[in-house]
Design a protein around this ligand. Sequence first.
Ligand code: CDP
Length: 784
Amino acid sequence: MSTELHVHGRIGQSVKRVEDARFLRGKGNFMDDIELPGMLHMAILRSPHAHARIKSIDTAAAGAMPGVIAVVTGELMAQHKLAWMPTMSGDTQAVLATDKVRFQGQEVAAVIAETKYQAEDARDAIVVDYDVLQAVTSPQQSKEAGTVLIRDDKEGQKDNHIYHWESGNQATTQAAFAKADKVVRLHTFYPRCHPAPLETCGCIADVNPATGKATIYMTSQAPHAIRTVFALVTGLPEQNIRIISPDLGGGFGNKVPVYPGYVVATAASLLIGRPVKWIEDRTENLISTGFARDYHMTGDLALDKDGKMLALRVHLDSDNGAFFSDAQPSKFKAGLFHIVTGSYDIPTAHVTADGYYTNKAPGGVAYRCSFRVTEASYLIERLVTNAAIEIGMDQAEFRKKNFIKAEQFPYHSATGWVYDSGDYHKAMDVALDKLGYDELKKDVEARRKKGEVTGIGIASFTEVVGAGHGAEFDILGLRMFDSAELRVHPTGKAMLRTGTKSQGQGHETTFAQIVAEELGIPSTDIAFEEGDTDTAPYGLGTYASRSTPVAGAATAMVARKLRDKARKIASHLLEAAEEDLVWETGKFYVKGSPDRAKTIQEIAFAAYTNIPEGMEAGLEGVHYYDPPNMTFPFGTYAVVVDIDKGTGQTKVRRMVAVDDCGVRINPMIVEGQIHGGLTEGYGIAFMELITFDADGNCIGSNLMDYLIPTAWESPKFELGETTTPSPHHPIGAKGVGESPTVGSPAAYVNAVIDALSPYGITNIDMPVTSDKVWAALRSKGVTE
Ligand code: CDP
């Protein structure tokens, strides 16, 4: 009979999310739930113009209004050397404008008052005299000679160009193109969209005038990094800064950057000596905080006569807005876009990228994406489907012909990545099987003969997540490790803390499961905390699906450290040599005598009561994990659409998603992540758009115009899986949170393009709205 202990919540168990007990009862602790004694409120005055010189700011009337404590302008901030701040990409960004406004919604002044309403009323009484300038709203316009200079504040800046960046090998790529039998080109635009978390951004800055301690409650996905940046920017000693990121109502990258509101609220609290709260409203969130994408991309794929891929050439122009504040590792100016060869064995590739300033909000955040991987995945998967259609080969067959084969891993890509593991053929086969692909293709043919517009779209994405190896990956010089601290109490219960910060992903549940697996303590006996810089170990935070690959690995490693110590204590308790002890989840027993055993709970008690001579008491430790490589989750998504010729409306009839994220810690949570990401992918593909008119006015500044999907619009998802563990991750896990947002937009759009391909339509840029589809059909003479 097995003597193995049953340990609740081990890896692979779909245990319920512990955090939901408070979320579902309305007992979460979000930013706007926090009220501090004596707290003041801040409202920000934002620019109505996209580009204008500030002639004067009159705050007299506002300052005299009831309840107003202070009116802060850029001039006041400048007196404290805080009118400008550094961005994550090494640029500078105005905190409150002093000279010019450079995008609609830019922060111009702030009012601090006793109540939020008094602050907002007084804000509306500030009078600003602007001299309106020409607005630049696209990289194309930005490039044009004679276009007005946006960043005239920067010494030596002569035009609106920010960076040029390259990856891969130009010479070998050119040579391969010269030999190609066929070159397929796609020019596409991945439009600006917004992470739009349900909870907007905000903070409460509470600087204690007596102690000088600054406690800042902040909607931050990366509290430790923010603490360091705050220390460097304000000169406050780092030990006197405490960032607390409470429960977050979503983040998706939007809560990575430092926003001017945080800085102004902190400066105001410092000057006034009372806590100051600032919470954005929805429009402020959509028009001024970290947008995503805005990439104009051209891809060329070189093929031989049999449909084998020979080379890939890509150029992109990125629209970075008024300040280059992309949140991404320093070395990579276009993020991790060079994963653009995707799942394909393409011998050579060359990628060039140019970034441009425009009069639009800054950001460039990785909206549920590992630093521009979504854009890369979209381009290659759209290009591959277009190529298959153009050469008349089945989309699935064309992909299989060119996939990296299972035996080629670890695979060295043409742009320098070393893919850890994968089996793309298998994921494709599972998807096709689920779809009933052969039958479905016949059905499509039959429907088309009847005049119906219907199609199948496939996307076989490869992600790159888990940033990253410290020698290569840093943000503002901070190496991208992460950490876990584990304390096992005398009664065998434990406290786990990590350097990450969940925004709804379920870390309290899954990270405890890693400890349950490694140490045999039931997951329900483990409390979990993150997001408080006074208590949690230093880490770079949660974005880019890095929590499981990095902090998850740190958690496994610290548990193993404690297990090593537990072995020594067990050896003492059992009076047996360490090498004679066998570990079986939750206990050590003496080889050959399974009854002579000590459970981890007994060992924990002994760690405080009965340790061998010379050993330090306690059972706790910390581990800082520097990942040796990224993890490369992948999958195949397939979509079936029906299009109404009369209205251009697209209906998603089926959506099959096969994901491989290595070992799944909690399969239910993984499925939840995939459902969420597929829904966001649907929104991006069909609904969401932040656009601008010629004057730089932001269209899409509220949820009536910026359409995010609800359960009503979202398709039904049919999930499948394969499991290819990461060879370098301690528990074989890869990240998953972002795979569905990365992989699905191309699958949705490919289905539309496949449906429209009989009419010679090769591209419609997202969002693929009914009017665009209708116009495309119309242009080909299809009228109904
Ligand atoms: O960094 P972030 O938490 O956004 O993304 P992630 O590491 O992909 O994890 C998202 C959620 O899925 C977390 O609760 C993970 O622990 C869980 N997960 C899992 O159960 N198994 C995996 N192989 C990957 C993630």
